[in-house]
Design a protein around this ligand. Structure first.
Ligand SMILES: Cc1cc2nc3c(=O)[nH]c(=O)nc-3n(C[C@H](O)[C@H](O)[C@H](O)COP(=O)(O)OP(=O)(O)OC[C@H]3O[C@@H](n4cnc5c(N)ncnc54)[C@H](O)[C@@H]3O)c2cc1C
Length: 486
């Protein structure tokens, strides 16, 4: 679908009505909602002052640019979306929104689990057009709008890669700011651990080049503090890793071995060489049974050795075993299911785990089994941590889960626009999952942010320090949703 620029007449016509709508938004922070506007925001002047494009509600292009990955948020209608062309545009947009008391949220890849990158009647500051990349001296400089597949394809030309997540269309900004887990987490740490510096525009409109030596408190906070909290990142400098082939394995076990597999996977996450990684899936099948498999790989290229180590911890050979060695880009496409990903409805949540005891493992399996019995397409997906991710001290960056064994994601795929009964069933699964692992949960993973969880639970012991940084750089709470640090 083509996207057209709004013209001046359109902007002027829409301006008045939209200003009123922005003020009545329930998501406007108190500091903004309580003040009265002297005049309607001058959207036309705003468009003239930027290089990027403003899309006002109801106008051409708007239906596409306002979309997020999950169609569940299609009902949320921002007053406008501004596709910024550069950091100066972001600065202008923040200043415009602040001056006009229009609530605004940043957007990059649009994959927020809770629709955090859109806002009813507000302004979405969309950095997705800022996706230029350059490489020099082992460092990638990347615009905040780049998507993961594009980052890998670019770096591959230099024989380089980055530890990231797998979905090709996830934005580098949201992923990195909240951590960033994937196949290289154990070998090279999280995506946020690779940040050398960031270009950031804070709530007062100041452009900052944040690093370990400039605004070090903000640098600490942006490495794990989650997107949308502390400013709008315009670019990252990320320290790359070598692009190597990966040795993959896929092992399946019968349901009767499920508890052994979870126990063995935990040992693997703690004790396997940092070159090895394995993602454990416990899937609810529509016939009421569980399917148990581990998709893993080794950065040495020897997937069979990593698989054998996992089997030794499980205490039994897998029923089916497949192996393949893939080049860097073959691996990226394999893990991402291609070079792009269609929009998908889902509801999900998470628990960051310390090692689970036998009763907790039984309860975890019981939660997925209950979903299988009611034919809910649900899964518990367990990502290992440990290795390099565990080597940074808990206070070294705001991503505070260094001693955890891994993260379980409670995932339910669903229709683009689910019924309330479907949503309720999915939420019941997630709630049951949380309850099952309660003795072992440390908190939640902010990139899998969900409703009904306290903001502080994503940060553990680092939350108070994050609140201090938030107050310093955003004292009026300009960047504010139900999911942001306050
Ligand atoms: C299909 C799918 C697969 C995923 N796979 C993985 C995975 O393998 N590993 C993993 O760790 N996570 C994964 N995630 C989670 C993903 O990391 C988060 O959803 C992440 O926040 C998405 O970032 P985004 O830029 O695409 O989303 P957005 O919705 O654009 O942004 C997410 C949050 O960051 C804020 N934000 C966006 N841009 C900026 C910016 N420039 N500056 C400051 N704040 C900004 C937004 O306001 C929002 O709060 C996956 C998600 C999905 C939907």
């Amino acid at each position: 679908m083509s996207v057209t620029r709004v013209d001046r007449r359109t902007v002027l016509k829409a301006g008045g009505a939209l200003a009123a709508a922005a003020l009545t938004s329930s998501q406007v922070p108190a500091a903004f909602a309580s003040s009265r506007l002297a005049a309607a925001p001058n959207w036309a002047a705003f468009q003239k002052s930027i290089k990027g494009t403003l899309y006002l509600a109801g106008k051409p292009g708007y239906p596409t640019v306002r979309q997020l990955f999950n169609p569940r948020w299609d009902a949320t209608k921002p007053a406008a979306v501004v596709r910024t062309a550069n950091a100066t545009d972001v600065q202008t947009a923040i200043n415009f929104a602040r001056k006009n008391k229009v609530v605004s949220v940043p957007k990059s890849g649009g994959h927020s689990y809770v629709g955090g990158s859109t806002v009813g009647n507000g302004l979405v500051i969309d950095t997705s057009a800022m996706r230029s990349m350059s490489y020099s001296g082992n460092v990638l400089t990347v615009g905040a709008g780049a998507k993961l597949y594009d980052v890998h394809a670019f770096l591959d030309k230099y024989g380089k890669s980055l530890p990231t997540g797998t979905c090709p269309t996830v934005g580098i900004a949201g992923l990195t700011l909240g951590g960033g887990m994937g196949v290289h987490t154990r070998a090279f740490g999280l995506t946020c651990d690779r940040i050398q510096s960031l270009g950031v525009i804070t709530a007062d409109g100041t452009a900052r080049n944040v690093s370990a030596t400039v605004d070090p408190d903000l640098f600490w906070a942006l490495r794990g503090g989650g997107g949308g909290n502390l400013g709008i990142v315009t670019s990252f400098k990320l320290i790359t890793i070598p692009a190597t082939k990966l040795g993959f394995f896929r092992l399946t076990w019968p349901e009767s071995k499920a508890a052994d597999v979870v126990r063995g996977w935990q040992k693997f996450a703690v004790a396997a060489p940092i070159t090895a990684w394995g993602n454990l899936h416990i899937d609810a099948k529509s016939n009421g049974t569980l399917q148990v498999h581990v998709l893993g790989c080794s950065t040495t290229g020897n997937g069979a050795a990593a698989a054998a180590e996992l089997e030794s911890y499980v205490g039994s050979k897998a029923t089916t075993r497949t192996f393949a060695v893939r080049t860097h880009m073959e691996s990226v496409k394999y893990l991402g299911g291609g070079t792009t990903s269609p929009r998908q409805g889902f509801l999900a949540g998470s628990d960051v785990l310390k090692p689970m005891t036998a009763p907790t493992i039984t309860a975890l399996l019981g939660a997925v089994k209950a979903a299988a019995r009611v034919k809910l397409p649900a899964a518990a997906i367990l990502d290992p941590l440990g290795g390099q991710a565990a080597k940074i001290p808990s206070g070294g960056s705001s991503w505070g889960w260094r001693s955890a064994v891994g993260v379980v994601q409670w995932y339910t795929g669903m229709a683009a626009h689910p019924t309330s009964a479907q949503l309720k069933a999915a939420q019941t699964f997630i709630t049951n999952g949380h309850r099952a692992v309660r003795p072992s949960t440390l908190g939640g993973y902010v990139n899998y942010v969900e409703t009904g969880r306290s903001v502080s639970s994503y940060y553990g012991a680092n939350y108070a320090r994050l609140q201090t940084v938030k107050k310093k750089y955003d004292p009026a709470n300009f960047f504010h949703t139900a999911y942001t640090i306050a």
